[in-house]
Design a protein around this ligand. Structure first.
Ligand code: B3K
Ligand code: ZN
Length: 850
């Protein structure tokens, strides 16, 4: 691969206003006849991208091209001297879907033909300007000679479907110009759930979700989520769907979650299929989110796309923000915010501090597939959220309306987007996009002679500059929050409900009887680390009195994390006050069950590792984590037992409320199991009526190393041997068990008849989960590193994207001690030396760079 730089961006010398594709489908010899209309803008040679292609024929305006007129290699097609007037270039290529193990371009999953083109998969189908700023109207003819009922799909509206000469042809027309990465085709024998939606202007849209035959009943929740997404985008953003039909197809072999191809979304089936027997509440929530996310891309991504891949966050960060808002409106805003912060802290903050760190809008890349990161998606969404916080919903909505009005039908940039919003200092705000790293905000407080001062200081990440940080703040007293009008603020811009911090802000309040309690960064108003002197009394007060779900939860996290860290340091502190506060919070029926459940979940091992910072001993991390669980479980035994004894909602009630009730019961069960009370988990593992409860019970046994775990898991595996998505849960749980056998167990499971390196879901569930098992992956002898590297090396040949993703687990090795760092460095050096894919080489190179 070659490094691509943002500064080198230049438009193409030809436009491609129309593309006509004809696919004669065949498992190993699919013939693709592509006719593209090119219009000169600048002129000169027409240089198109390919990837492993073989050209069968080339025609210009319908006449065969002389071989001297062009140059064709697997990776490139050049028409040396194109006509000065618009011309039609026809290129015929042959591809083999069955041999496509990379799952990019045209491949088959369980016998179903499907495509994945983002970011650069289209060039594995035919030669093209395979870049997002070249927009084309497509006509696609899908031809199949297979027997039986064949579903033949592409983007847009169906023009015609007919049988002639024993062959079935479907003609699709997509009137909306789109880049190659949004092209899709699906063909095969599939079942469907069908519904209808009437848009706000009264147009009827046919909705179909295609799944493996027999699994149709499992697609009804996805359909419901789709219709709610369509309503929400109309209400919240005024955005209406624009084609006559919206199709979703679920496939079992897919590199990521799902893909927003225009009018034809293709999904990893784990984000479509659900019923309470096989899917957990978390799975339902995941389906709702991903269905919404891909649907929302129709406007943010498809109608307005990206000028180049450096602008990826323009569609991804914005669309994540939109799906977060959807979930907040549909479920609980407070709970959703906490869930998103957990994810950001667990994935993005570590990434932003690792050798893989990059800007939300990077200015260079070696392999675009490796830029689909938590930084682009989740931090990208945080940047949008800060704009929203700073200008408020009405002005945010006006900015979005302006963005849609001005850029519909174009390929835009981050600057185009930012220019639509009336933020105070857009130039300063752009630094959030252009500099990596997590800023820190230091909080210092003083109280003397009735005068309270709060000082906020920004400490930029290494090498980065000061940025505008919206800080939502409340000063709590016994008689309520202090009226902001009574406070004096210096050094920062005051907005509605927030202060914009640049270098330093001081908030002063006079004539007070006692120091207020500062609730800082309410709603997690910016993606920063908050640095505050430890103060147990303050955090206990916040837990008891604050009314912002995030700051309450964060106070719990702070106390639990310092207790855990004290254990790690061998200096356990008195955990009674924390247990008491947590018990009261968890039992408080005035809070939503889902929120109380989140409060009962201990900070992750990852959080402890980050807090320790360097020379981490993974075994002590495990001991500290389990020790705190045992201690809190013991101290809160009565409350927890009552919570676990609460009435169970019906298994088929998958609403957010019911899910919250189950989550609370199960969080209580988990802590009780940590304290040695595994009896209830055993009973629940046997008698559970939902997968949520079943899996929670198994987890309580497995994650506390209960003696009963082996047998309970074996029973589970036998029972669900024919349910791939459940088997994935089984593999993941075995891989995550924090006992000494984890590595051997994973090696054994790699020989399991149902394990396969060909299915990304399976690889992620066994090997990806193993890499999250702190003590096992970071074994002192390096055997955990070798296992993951071995798998990555073998996937480097067959599916480089999945291989590269696995390798990113190595990015926090630098937190561990020298022998581990050296063991990992050896393993990575070997990977770098033997790897052939640009995906793996790029990650290995960055991880080993000095
Ligand atoms: N846009 C796709 C991700 C494509 C990843 C390509 N390697 C899914 C999404 O973000 O909606
Ligand atoms: Zn997306």
């Amino acid at each position: 691969g070659k490094t691509v730089f943002l500064k080198d961006y230049a438009p193409t010398p030809y436009r491609a206003p129309h593309t006509s594709l004809m696919f004669a489908l065949h498992p190993t010899r699919t013939v693709v006849r592509a006719t593209t209309l090119y219009e000169p803008v600048g002129g000169g040679p027409l240089e198109l991208a390919g990837d492993g292609l073989s050209l069968m024929a080339a025609e210009l305006d319908g006449a065969p091209l002389d071989e001297s007129a062009y140059e064709a290699t697997p990776d490139r097609f050049v028409l040396k001297a194109p006509p000065a007037e618009p011309f039609a270039l026809t290129l015929v290529t042959v591809v083999s879907p069955d041999d496509n193990t990379e799952l990019m371009g045209l491949y088959r999953s369980n016998g179903v033909y499907c495509t994945q083109c983002e970011a650069e998969g289209y060039r594995r189908i035919t030669y093209a300007y395979d870049r997002p700023d070249v927009l084309s109207v497509y006509d696609v003819f899908v031809v199949s000679d297979a027997e039986g009922e064949q579903v033949l799909l592409s983007n847009g509206n169906l023009v015609d479907r007919k049988v002639s000469g024993g062959r079935l042809t479907a003609h699709w027309h997509d009137p909306f110009p789109k880049p190659t990465y949004l092209f899709a085709l699906v063909a095969g024998d599939l079942g469907a759930v069908t519904d209808e939606f009437t848009t706000m202007s009264g147009r009827k849209v046919e909705l179909n979700i295609y799944v493996e035959r027999g699994k149709e009943p499992r697609a009804t929740y996805a359909m419901d989520a789709l219709k709610r997404s369509m309503v929400w985008d109309e209400t919240r953003f005024g955005r209406e769907y624009d084609l006559d039909v919206f199709n979703i197809v679920a496939v079992s072999d897919f590199n990521m979650g799902a893909m927003e191809n225009k009018g034809l979304n293709v999904f990893n089936d784990r984000y479509v299929l659900a019923d309470p027997d096989v899917a957990t509440d978390q799975d339902y929530a995941g389906i709702e989110t991903v269905i919404a996310h891909e649907y929302f891309h129709n406007w943010t991504g498809n109608r307005i796309t990206c000028r180049d891949w450096f602008q990826l966050c323009l569609k991804e960060g914005l669309t994540v923000f939109r799906d977060q808002e959807f979930t907040s409106d549909e479920r609980s805003r407070g709970v959703k915010r906490i869930a998103d912060v957990r994810r950001l802290r667990a994935a993005q903050f570590p990434e932003d501090a690792s050798p893989l760190r990059h800007c939300v809008r990077p200015n260079r890349y070696d392999e675009i597939s490796n830029l689909y990161t938590s930084t682009v998606y989740d931090k990208g969404a945080e940047l949008i959220r800060m704009i929203h916080t700073m200008i408020g919903e009405p002005r945010f909505r006006a900015g979005m309306d302006d963005y849609f009005a001005r850029f519909d039908g174009t390929a835009a940039t981050v600057e185009d987007f930012i220019g639509c919003f009336s933020i105070p200092d857009p130039g300063a705000f752009m630094r959030w996009y252009e500099e990596p790293g997590t800023p820190r905000v230091k909080v210092a407080e003083a109280f003397k002679d009735g005068r309270y001062t709060l000082e906020l200081t920004q400490v930029p990440a290494e090498g980065a500059s000061v940025k505008p940080i919206p800080v939502r703040l409340a000063l709590l007293t016994d008689t309520g929050a202090i009226d902001p009008a009574k406070a004096t603020v210096t050094g920062g811009e005051i907005g509605t409900g927030h202060i914009v911090l640049t270098d330093r802000v001081t908030v002063t309040v006079n004539r007070l009887n006692a120091a207020p309690i500062a609730s800082v960064m309410r709603g997690f108003s910016a993606p920063v680390t908050i640095e505050r002197a430890p103060d147990e009394a303050r955090d206990l007060t916040l837990i008891a009195k604050d009314d912002d779900p995030f700051t309450v939860w964060d106070a719990v996290q702070r106390l639990a994390l310092s207790a855990m860290q004290a254990r790690y340091d061998g200096a356990a502190i008195d955990e009674t006050p924390l247990a008491a506060a947590l018990g009261t919070l968890a039992a408080n029926a005035g809070h939503e069950p889902a929120f109380r459940a989140l409060a009962l979940i201990l900070p992750t091992r990852q959080a402890l590792i980050e807090a320790i910072g360097q020379n981490v001993d993974p075994d002590r991390v495990d001991t500290a984590h389990q020790g705190l669980g045992a201690s809190l479980g013991e101290k809160m035994r009565d409350v927890l037992a009552r919570l676990h004894g609460a009435p169970l909602p019906p298994a088929d009630d998958v609403s957010a409320d019911a899910a919250g009730q189950r989550a609370l019961r199960n969080a209580a069960m988990q802590l009780l199991a940590s304290a040695g009370d595994t009896g209830r988990a055993m009973a629940q593992a046997k008698n559970a009526t939902s997968m949520t409860d079943r899996l929670a019970a198994l987890g309580a046994l497995a994650f506390t190393n209960a003696g009963e775990a082996d047998e309970a898991l074996a029973t589970f595996a036998r029972e669900y041997d024919h349910e791939p998505l459940v088997l994935d849960k089984y593999f993941a749980m075995e891989a995550m068990r924090p006992d000494a056998e984890a590595l051997d167990r994973v090696r054994r499971l790699m020989e399991h008849p149902k394990f396969s390196l060909k299915t990304p879901n399976r690889v992620r569930s066994l090997i990806g989960a193993f890499a999250q098992n702190v003590a096992a992956f970071h074994r002192a002898d390096g055997s955990g590193y070798r296992l993951v590297a071995e798998v990555a090396k073998s996937l480097d040949k067959s599916n480089p994207q999945v291989a590269a993703r696995l390798l990113t687990s190595f990015s926090d090795v630098r937190r561990f001690d020298a022998p581990r760092r050296e063991a990992a460095a050896d393993v990575l050096a070997d990977v770098l030396q033997t790897a052939t894919s640009s995906d793996v080489v790029d990650i290995a190179r960055r991880l080993t760079a000095k």
